[in-house]
Ligand binder design. Structure first.
Ligand code: FES
Length: 361
């Protein structure tokens, strides 16, 4: 295979390890590792996932594409090797990133893919290794890893190597607890710079919002901010929120704390927790019913009304909408007292009952 960046094999891997070590040292100095709530299972999941991805999955995909390419399409091998790195780098990076945006978004909207991505959102705190929490199969199916292999086969290995370094710098930086952007939001003088920057690359604030527990805090949006390197796709496809704040709580609304074996090897190993989405035989239940719930709300309190119908805590959201295209409706009670909240999900006055259930029965 063609040599990597500056003719040095695996230079990108050394850089990526260097970026991880850099953020790891910063988090240690800041005391985050000392105060970390991570369990041994979390560490195995994150470090193990990184090692297997770097040593087995990524090289395996490159080897598979390379072997197939040599066998079936030998004429196109290295056909783009004459491209300047300034042309090849954006070509590689932009296609890579749009593929990853849609793959990541699909992982939130389709149940089977969500189950592979779910370990990523089980993390209850951010950290430099969090970006590597996913089921192994999630990486094997990741389209942009196959794109890396294709571009390498076409002769773009140096651009891929440089692109991977830039990507990982943004991605590891946006997952880390070192919020390098937080300081810059405080001063007006940096406002134009940060407005420009956050509209190009993924900042920690932008990505932390994606990991926040629920939209209830007015900062988080686990069903938005899907971008990896560039925020461009979220802006184009209407999923971007820029709050410049950081969630107080991270993770899933309902987290049965599956073992790393089930999280990593799903669907080959299932969770032993019956309530887990990755347990054997788990199925989302439709919990809508044709009658409202009369309930007392407190003025000024915020509530999440379930729109998907799968919540086991109707009429409120319990996070079961993950893996569907639905998200909850956030509303604030305007007065204290009893109201009728819709359970059939057909109301036109959400979240309140408008008697639409009568027409359904
Ligand atoms: S459980 Fe969240 S919208 Fe239904």
């Amino acid at each position: 295979m063609e040599n990597g960046l500056f003719g040095i094999e695996n230079l990108d891997t050394y850089f990526v390890v260097g970026i991880l070590v850099f953020f790891g040292i910063l988090e240690t100095i800041a005391g985050y590792l000392h105060s970390s709530k991570r369990t041994g299972s979390d560490w195995i999941q994150e470090v193990g996932s990184f090692v297997v991805l770097a040593v087995l999955i990524k090289p395996g995909i490159v080897l598979a594409v390379w072997s197939l390419g040599v066998l079936l399409f030998p004429n196109i091998q290295f056909t783009l090797s004459h491209w300047s790195i300034w042309l090849m780098l954006p070509f590689y990076l932009l296609i890579d990133d749009v593929l990853q945006y849609w793959y990541h978004r699909s992982a939130h909207e389709y149940e089977w893919l969500w189950k592979l991505h779910r370990p990523h959102h089980q993390a209850e705190e951010m950290g430099f290794f969090v970006s590597y929490r996913n089921a192994a199969l999630y990486y094997v199916l990741m389209p942009n890893l196959w794109w890396v292999a294709i571009v390498t086969f076409l002769g773009g290995a140096p651009s891929v190597a440089l692109g991977l370094i830039l990507k990982q710098l943004v991605i590891i930086g946006s997952h880390s607890r070192i919020k390098w952007d937080a300081f810059l939001y405080k001063y007006k003088i940096f406002n134009p710079l940060m407005t420009l920057l956050e509209r190009i690359i993924i900042t920690p604030a932008f990505h932390h919002a994606h990991h926040g527990k629920s939209i209830k805090d007015g900062i988080s949006d686990p069903n938005g901010n899907y971008g990896n390197t560039f925020s461009l796709w979220d802006q184009i496809f209407g999923t971007a929120i820029f709050t410049r704040q950081f969630p107080m709580e991270y993770g899933l609304q309902t987290n049965p704390k599956d073992k790393w074996t089930a999280s990593w090897f799903y669907p080959f190993i299932k969770s032993d927790k019956p309530e887990s989405e990755i347990a054997k035989g788990f199925k989302k239940q439709n919990n809508t019913k044709a009658e409202p719930t009369e309930i007392h709300l407190e003025k000024g309190e915020k509530y999440l009304w379930c729109q998907c119908g799968f919540s086991r805590n109707q009429p409120f959201c319990d996070g079961s909408h993950h893996g569907t295209k639905h998200k909850p409706l956030l509303f604030e009670a305007q007065r204290s007292g009893k109201v009728r909240l819709c359970n059939c999900k057909a109301t036109k006055a959400a979240p309140f009952c408008d008697d639409s259930h009568i027409t359904l029965t």
